[in-house]
Write a protein that binds this ligand. Structure first.
Ligand code: UFG
Length: 329
């Protein structure tokens, strides 16, 4: 299938492009390179440096590349920034997505796969988290993703759009061969920061809160390998053949790991000591978030290949060791 990967030069998008190729599909990448990296996408793949909210440019790509399905990974994802600069988040994550959907419909493209987030749930009352939990985001980032989810439901009903929205937990790791991986600027995610502290590129890692009501006092998260996430996006294709279908899936391993466990695992994998500073809680961090992904496993036959934290961190380490400064461009 000809698939337009919007945000295909970003962290999760670029891994998905690789998985699409491996599964025999034909990815076409659209990325404005604000956060994406040109060298994260191989030179053989059609690449368009343009904005997803530009109907003329996107419409032309949809027609000329005979696109049948659009995957959308391009979003701003700094939770703290979304609180201080919500305009940016509504504009980029909601308004631009709306433009993209309109352009798709205007060009007869009616299959859509959307990157949503566990942040749409806010602070869950029960764990592990199932898809039917109430969604009450506690920041504009989560809210804009939920707004898109709701827009998709209405568009499916009214216009026959078929869509899947994946609610990611903590995407982690890198391609098995270490050739592409996580490179954000600024980096805020725990695993790359801990690796940088191990190698001395950062002075230390700050643990945000050691007094949570969790087994070791630090936050619990569900770290899921980026290639496992990517494979779910392809496993859902058959579901989208029926016009007007909409489905939502949590994607996580279901295993909670604490901040301290991540630090210990990085030390074990790298053989290096991680200097640690215990700090205050970070505002807006729920104590524990982990998924019940049985729906994706049962309905899509989604199989989690990276079930061990150590294996996920090994892939991240391979990437960081080979590319300490990240991508060249
Ligand atoms: N953490 C630290 N020190 C750091 C960075 C993070 O202790 O320097 C802790 C955080 O407090 C949190 C855990 O490590 O408990 C993971 O933090 P990340 O920033 O790596 O990831 P989050 O769980 O905050 O964020 C992820 C996604 C977001 C999404 C959010 C939903 O990256 O896109 O889950 O809660 F919005």
């Amino acid at each position: 299938m000809n698939v337009l990967v919007v945000g295909g030069a970003g962290y999760i998008g670029s891994h998905c492009v690789r998985q699409l190729e491996a599964a025999g599909h034909r990815p076409v990448v659209l990325d404005n390179l604000v956060f994406g990296h040109r060298s994260a996408v191989s030179a053989e793949i059609p690449f368009y440096d343009c904005d997803l909210g530009d109907p003329e440019a996107v419409g032309k790509i949809l027609r000329e590349e005979s696109i049948e399905l659009v995957m959308h990974f391009a979003a701003f994802a700094y939770v703290g920034e979304s609180v201080t600069e919500p305009r940016k988040y509504y504009e980029n994550n909601f308004v631009a997505t709306l433009r993209l959907l309109e352009t798709m419909l205007d060009n007869g493209v009616k299959k859509f796969v959307f990157s949503s987030t566990c942040a749409t749930y806010g602070e869950p009352d029960t764990l592990p988290m199932v898809e039917t939990l109430p969604q009450a985001p506690i920041n504009p980032y989560g809210q804009t993703k939920l707004d898109v989810e709701n827009c998709l439901k209405a568009f499916a009903h009214a216009y026959g759009l078929s869509f899947a929205a994946f609610r990611y937990f903590n995407a982690a790791g890198a391609a098995e061969d270490g050739s592409i991986g996580e490179d954000h600027n600024p980096e805020t995610h725990l695993i790359p920061l801990v690796i940088d502290a191990a190698t001395g590129r950062r002075e230390h890692i700050k643990i945000f809160g050691t007094d949570y009501d969790t087994p070791d006092g630090t936050c619990l998260r569900d770290y899921v390998h980026v290639d496992d996430l990517s494979r779910a996006h392809i496993a859902v294709f058959d579901k989208l053949n029926e016009p007007g279908t909409g489905c939502f899936y949590n994607l996580g391993t279901g295993k909670p790991n604490s901040v301290r466990e991540i630090i210990d695992a990085v030390e074990a994998v790298t053989g290096l000591k991680v200097p640690v500073v215990e700090d205050e809680r970070r505002a807006g961090d729920p104590p524990a978030l982990y998924a019940d992904s049985s729906k994706a496993q049962q309905e899509l036959g989604w199989k989690i290949r990276y079930t061990e934290l150590k294996d996920i961190i090994e892939t991240a380490w391979r990437w960081h060791k080979a590319h300490p400064d990240g991508f060249d461009d």
